[in-house]
Write a protein that binds this ligand. Structure first.
Ligand SMILES: Cc1ncc(C[n+]2csc(CCOP(=O)(O)OP(=O)(O)O)c2C)c(N)n1
Ligand SMILES: [Mg+2]
Length: 623
């Protein structure tokens, strides 16, 4: 039948999109997440019901959460698969905004199909329509424009003929990918049209391994060979491109130390001979020391955001230069880098060959010895910190070690916001690509459990360990119910420290002295949150959503709970851990540019400002 409604055409098209890279082909859309309302129930809902054999429908509790699940699924699948997410109009659509921004910041493909108000405007305002007196062509879905890499509103059926391939081109482009939104007015979804056969026929999109400009590779090789203290920053692009082997060969052959970003962690295993670990504001001893006096930075597949660059103060050598390997021009040209615009794997291979052709031997014996010394010192420090225990309850570093030990070689840790990302970046021992899943591009509280669901769906052969703070949990935990519905196994470790603890710490660094981040009852005496700890029963909350729940108050109990959880299949397990903020993972000569008040009557703020200004002097501008 070539005559189909717009919604039926979209669903048929979804089933027929495939991608291919390195000769391996797979279906691109695993299925469709959706929450129905009048804006899509009769359009997309009817089409999905009729196509249940070819496109699986998944329920969710919250539109933001389903985008996180889709994005996490895509990230764990190296961007070669994803989900579509469909929503009703109005609040269902605007709930997508945070998820879309998250996907776009992290360069992860997700297809959003929100319903929209009538295209014909026959009925106006329809329930949940926001009317604007000055513009007839605007709807709340326009809030998705700045957070989408491609946006279109399908106001006539034939617009799909242009929009569907355009959407797929962006979704499968390593350089451009992110959230793609096709807004679907509710009347148009139900309209029938005679579609061209080609549009709905099976199609395979090749994901290119773009090769960089030959002359620029030669120039990059010349600069690298002339440098004395080169280093590598490995970002998420290394993992998406499957470039770990190429990176291993390159770093090992030329003796170049590798530092990692949150997205790049795991590109090389923690015990690799040239792995120096986390760099920047949440960086460790070795990577931060190597960066400080590096004269050449080879930045691979990284956006060079403020965390790895320590707000652009990581590199202090006056003559430091950058070579950036990236599929995106915007990233390849940051810091006046010599831009090698290309896929991480093939570009590294070409650079490797060019350096060999020049006869470059790489690091001197003396430098190799120094790198090895720094690496060992850092690994000893990590070992020390992982064993810091609290006087009562469990310390966060200890909890991380215990989860890391439980996860073993095959587990995947998932996290996004709070104090955990910085600590995990420093002391989690990642065993290889895909073992460490940190959303630290948008650092969205609430990503953890929804994202963990996507990771567990993408990698059922590995066990997923979600690490989540009490604040993040309270923001968005309801996908526990979806995990129960789908029988998806994962271990969720909830660290309860009674507040937005990392922000309390940050506030203190900026001279603050308030309880704004404590989960405590308002005390009538002080007028603020200095009363009793909020009586939140996380275990009961998780159990009420269907999870199997355990509580742990000591390291021994946590180890035992993790052990018991590992054998529990067919649904999520939540382990609630009471943690103590002290002792914590220390900082390693690092800072983060968070501007402190220039004038204040508080002596603490004044002192923090002086320190801030001293640190600001380290910040550099590489233009
Ligand atoms: C949606 C969202 N709102 C606000 C923030 C800012 N923020 C970052 S971490 C944090 C506190 C997180 O609390 P919790 O999950 O308990 O972790 P903890 O800081 O205690 O480790 C906040 C409010 C954010 N990252 N995301
Ligand atoms: Mg907390």
């Amino acid at each position: 039948m070539s005559r189909r409604t717009v919604a039926q055409a979209i669903v048929t098209w979804l089933a027929n999109q495939h991608v291919e890279r390195d000769g391996r082909e797979q279906r691109f859309f695993e299925g469709v997440f959706g929450i129905f309302g009048h804006g899509i129930v009769a359009g997309m809902g009817e089409a999905l019901e009729a196509a249940q054999d070819s496109v699986r429908y998944y329920q969710s509790r919250n539109e933001q959460a389903m985008v996180h699940t889709a994005a996490a699924f895509a990230k764990q699948s190296r961007r070669l698969r994803t989900f579509a997410c469909t929503t009703s109009i109005g609040p269902g659509a605007t709930n997508l905004v945070t998820g879309a921004a998250n996907a776009t910041v992290n360069r992860l493909p997700v297809l959003l199909l929100p319903g929209d108000r009538f295209a014909t405007r026959r009925v106006k305002p329809v329930l949940q329509q926001l009317e604007r007196p000055e513009a007839g062509d605007v709807s709340v879905n326009d809030t998705l424009r700045p957070v989408s890499r491609y946006f279109d509103r399908i106001e006539r059926p034939e617009m799909l003929i242009d929009a569907l391939p355009a959407a797929m081109r962006v979704l499968t482009s390593p350089a451009e990918t992110g959230a793609v939104t096709l807004a679907l007015p509710q009347d148009v979804q139900a309209e029938a049209f005679d579609w061209p056969e080609d549009l709905l026929a099976p199609r395979t999109w090749s994901i290119a391994r773009t090769r960089p400009d030959r002359d620029l590779v030669a120039r990059a090789a010349e600069r690298i060979a002339a440098s004395e203290r080169p280093m590598i920053v490995a970002g998420g692009g290394v993992i998406y491109s499957d470039a770990s082997e190429a990176l291993d060969a390159f770093a090992t052959r030329f003796g170049i130390p590798v530092s990692e970003t949150q997205a790049g962690k795991g590109a090389l295993p923690w015990d690799h001979a040239f792995q120096l670990g986390a760099l920047g504001s949440a960086g460790g001893l070795a990577a931060n020391a190597v960066a400080r006096d590096a004269d050449m930075v080879i930045a691979i597949g990284t956006r060079l955001s403020d965390f790895p660059t320590m707000s652009w103060s990581s590199w202090q050598d006056p003559g430091v230069g950058f070579v950036a390997i990236n599929v995106a021009e915007m990233d390849a040209s940051k810091a006046s880098a010599l831009p090698l615009l290309g896929d991480a794997r093939v570009t590294l291979e070409e650079l490797h060959a060019a350096l060999n052709a020049r006869g470059w031997e790489g690091a001197s014996a003396e430098r190799l010895e120094r790198i090895e010394q720094m690496r060992l010192e850092w690994n000893d420090e990590v070992e020390r910190v992982r064993h810091l225990s609290a006087d009562e309850h469990v310390s966060q570093p200890e909890a991380i070690r215990l989860v890391n030990e439980a996860a073993g070689d095959d587990g995947v840790v998932v996290c996004a916001a709070g104090g955990l990302p910085g600590d995990l970046g420093k002391i989690w021992r990642a065993t290889g690509p895909g073992s460490y899943h940190m959303e630290y591009g948008y650092s969205t509280m609430g990503y953890e459990i929804a994202g963990g669901l996507g990771v567990a769906m993408a990698a059922p052969e590995r066990r997923t360990y979600v690490m989540v703070g009490d604040g993040s949990y309270l923001m968005l935990a309801n996908e526990i119910a979806t995990a129960c519905q789908e029988g998806i196994s994962m271990t969720i470790v909830l660290l309860d420290n009674h507040g937005f603890q990392c922000i309390a710490n940050l506030s203190a660094v900026c001279g603050g002295d308030n309880p704004f981040n404590a989960f405590r009852v308002r005390d009538p005496g002080s007028g603020t949150f200095t009363g009793e700890v909020l009586p939140i029963d996380f275990a009961a909350n998780a159990a009420s959503l269907g999870a199997r729940v355990m509580s742990a108050d000591t390291p021994g109990q946590l180890a035992a709970a993790l052990d018991a959880a590992a054998g529990m299949r067919g649904g999520p397990v939540v382990i609630v851990v009471e943690t103590n903020p002290e002792p914590s993972v220390p900082g390693y000569d690092s800072w983060w540019d968070v501007p402190v008040a220039e004038v204040s009557t508080s002596p603490r703020v004044q002192a923090a400002r002086r320190e801030y200004e001293a640190n600001l002097a380290r910040e550099r501008s590489f233009v």
